[in-house]
Design a protein around this ligand. Structure first.
Ligand code: BGC
Length: 749
């Protein structure tokens, strides 16, 4: 590689740092340039949004045969939850708490992408997301750094297989570095501002885990962090990423993020901000047009040392070499995709693991409403009931609605005549719909302009749905968000209630007295307080992917026993956001207060709480029900005491619990371990997840589950930003959610 670098002109080296999109735009439109010409000149090292072997080979032939040094192009795409075979959205996948499942999804997606000429996926997104208003929470693994880190590792293993040179491996781009998920007020692209301790303890661990797992590249984020844009941030990109973590891959900017530094007002012109980005450690300029046009002159005038360009180029070439692209630059053209039975089966099985049973009450003196009996007459109602496209979720890569199974189709297959259907209402109606569609990504270019949609007669369609419900044994309502234009990038919301007239529809159907199952198809936690109080069964299905309809039906009829658990807290009211279980303690705790210690003179008002709503989540992190019941023994620890020195090692002690299936069907439980450090130099959260295990149990069966605890679980960042273990007492809880009550403790001396 060094030999090649020596032969390169300054322009050719800079060329490696330039990336253009030649397909559709995923951001504001860039310059119009001839990609053939750029490739021939060696002035473009990478492309995004070009896929299909014929197309990628076209550019690759130019690069390999016509450019002076024959350096292959690296082709990247947003492969987020499947390439052609579409799996549930990432927030759904996370609800499985199943790292093997991620590896499988990444394997299938990576193999499909590679067969289509791509070697690089802009995945995984490992941003910790604690604010349900943020549209991109759907792309995340949720609110927790410990679980998020485990999932980040699994993605990297699945995509890269520990060996980038394998013909079906794809390089990852871990994004968005860093702390993009902490956008203030949940508004996309907004600034983030946090202490170094919070940055290191909550937001950075998942990126770090991915880097430790061998992630080939990272993507810098749009936001600023404590006043410094992440795309020109020497602290995160050089000090932490390169110096502390030893990362030797390359960093690509997010779409146009280098040029957007002008809007961040950290420089007077493009040349200055490009220099700042490059010197901070952004090696490749995605669709920004600035590296290619401003860096060479600055090197020649001595403003930028050439060694900075060399280093960026070296990092990019290193990945191309590691992938074996110089020897195998082309992709063999293969027959068009058809979802095979095996792929459909994988998609269905995966989706089944991601569907969370939030509530399942008994109705009319009988047992729990779900699962339904096979001969039930069902009234299927709601704007998402018959939408195959929404099943796919946002960022669906090349997933196609024609391959997706809607809930209506799946229930039709099972129930035939016993399925009745009414749409009831649209997701959003009238002027609201027009406005949101206007600003939405899907409508840009092809359907632009806020067209006034015909005012719908919701009263009539809701009344029709009510009549349909009356004819059935049970009403299933499929409600939620539009996958395309209400979730994902640039889709932050300030209202978390069910959009449009859906809540009205739900209440009207419930008023018939028929038992109601609410199926949520959403990309974020919703505000569903009324449903939580009045609807007997609630299922969070997220956007469950190509086989989504079948998977939801499998759960409804008990062919799959739900095992998924929330990785995000569901608020009672949007005003609680950002809401997460790992809150910091306060001097006036509300939920956990020992009121007996307070004088009985009305002091209770002066607690850290809202006067108009409870602090707690409606459905907390880790929550999810099953069709069976699990019982937990009292947790134990292998040692009541360890030394600080012992705590510096992995597995210094173990915590253990026996879990038993006390119900009558087999089931899988996600056993969760939480710790609280009760006395530290820096206050620590009231609970933190520090272990989990998926355990499958036959009826009556019991299993002993152990969790190793050591440095990773017991250390935290002190005021000097050093990771330390201090003498303290840890409380330990093990159970089936973040409310786990079985408790023990141990001391670090
Ligand atoms: C998104 C990234 C994505 C990139 C390329 C950006 O708008 O923030 O997540 O990888 O576009 O499509």
């Amino acid at each position: 590689m060094e030999k090649l670098l020596k032969q390169m002109t300054l322009e050719e080296k800079i060329g490696q740092t330039v990336q253009y999109s030649a397909g559709f735009a995923t951001g504001p439109a860039g310059a119009k340039v001839s990609y053939d010409e750029l490739t021939e000149k060696g002035a473009m090292g990478s492309m995004l949004n070009v896929y299909g072997a014929e197309k990628t080979n076209h550019y690759q032939h130019i690069a390999m045969e016509k450019s002076r040094l024959h350096i292959p192009i690296l082709f990247g795409l947003d492969v987020i939850h499947g390439y052609r075979t579409t799996f549930p959205v990432p927030l759904g996948l996370a609800s499985s708490w199943d790292t093997k499942l991620f590896e499988g999804v990444a394997r299938t997606s990576g193999t499909e992408a590679r067969a289509d000429g791509l070697q690089w996926v802009f995945s995984p997104m490992v941003d910790i997301a604690r604010d349900a208003r943020w549209g991109r929470i759907v792309e995340s693994a949720g609110e927790d750094p410990y679980l998020g880190s485990a999932i980040a590792r699994a993605w990297v293993r699945g995509y890269q297989q520990g060996d980038l040179s394998k013909p079906d491996s794809v390089a990852v781009s871990v994004k968005h570095f860093a702390a993009y998920g902490a956008a203030i007020a949940g508004r996309d692209y907004n600034a983030t501002d946090m202490s170094d301790i919070t940055l290191r303890q909550v937001y950075l661990p998942a990126y770090h885990a991915a880097v430790e797992e061998g992630a080939a590249t990272l993507m810098s984020s749009f936001n600023s962090i404590n006043g410094v844009p992440a795309t020109a941030n020497p602290y995160t990109l050089t000090q932490i990423l390169r110096k502390e973590w030893g990362f030797d891959g390359f960093v690509v900017s997010d779409w146009g993020a280098v040029a957007e530094l002008l809007n961040h007002s950290i420089g007077p012109d493009g040349a200055t901000v490009a220099r700042k980005a490059l010197e901070a450690g952004v090696d490749m300029d995605m669709e920004g047009n600035l590296y290619g046009t401003t860096i060479a002159a600055q090197v020649r005038s001595g403003v930028i040392p050439e060694s900075v360009v060399d280093e960026a180029c070296r990092r990019i070439l290193r990945v191309k070499f590691a992938m074996g692209l110089f020897e195998h630059p082309y992709t063999q053209v293969t027959p068009p995709y058809e979802p095979t039975a095996a792929k459909r089966e994988q998609a269905r099985k995966v989706a089944g693991e991601t569907i969370v049973l939030l509530k399942n009450d008994a109705v009319e003196g009988k047992g729990p409403l779900l699962p339904l009996k096979k001969d039930t007459t069902v009234a299927l109602i709601g704007p998402l009931a018959d939408s195959a496209k929404d099943m796919l979720g946002s960022w669906g890569a090349l997933g196609e609605a024609k391959y997706a199974i809607s809930l209506k189709q799946a229930l039709q297959e099972r129930l035939g005549d016993k399925l009745l259907y009414a749409k009831g209402t649209e997701i959003l109606t009238g002027a609201d719909a027009a406005v949101i569609r206007h600003v939405s990504f899907v409508d840009q270019g092809n359907n632009a302009g806020a067209k006034e949609e015909p005012a719908p007669d919701d009263a009539k369609t809701i009344a029709e749905a009510v009549e349909v419900a009356k004819k059935a044994d049970v009403a299933i309502l499929a409600l939620g968000e539009s996958a395309d234009w209400m979730t994902g990038e640039a889709s932050s919301r300030v209202h978390l209630t069910l959009p449009g007239k859906q809540e009205e529809l739900l209440e009207a159907v419930a008023a018939t007295g028929k038992p109601v199952v609410l199926i949520l198809l959403t990309g974020r936690p919703s505000e569903i307080k009324w449903a939580g109080e009045h609807v007997p069964a609630i299922v969070e299905a997220w956007f469950p992917g190509m086989e989504g309809g079948h998977a939801v039906a499998d759960v409804l009829f008990g062919d799959v026993n739900p095992s998924a658990k929330l990785t995000v807290s569901f608020p009672r009211a949007v005003g609680q956001e950002p809401l997460y279980y790992a809150q910091m303690p306060t001097g006036r705790p509300a939920g956990h207060a020992d009121l007996s210690r307070l004088p009985a003179n009305g002091l209770e008002k002066f607690l850290s709480r809202y006067i108009d709503e409870d602090n707690s989540a409606l459905y907390p992190f880790g929550w999810g029900l099953s069709y069976t019941k699990f019982s937990y023994s009292q947790p134990t620890v292998s040692k009541g005491q360890i030394s600080v020195a012992e705590a510096g090692h992995a597995g210094a002690l173990t915590a253990a619990v026996d879990v038993r299936n006390t119900g009558s069907v087999a089931g899988t439980e996600v056993v969760q371990l939480y710790l609280r450090n009760t006395s530290a130099s820096v206050e620590q959260p009231v609970r933190e997840l520090k272990g989990f295990a998926r355990v499958t149990l036959a009826p009556g069966e019991s299993k002993h589950v152990e969790f190793p605890l050591g440095f990773d679980e017991l250390s935290f960042y002190n005021v000097e930003s050093k990771r330390v273990v201090e003498p303290t007492t840890y409380k330990v809880w093990v159970g089936g959610s973040s409310l786990a009550s079985g408790e023990t403790s141990f001391e670090v001396k």
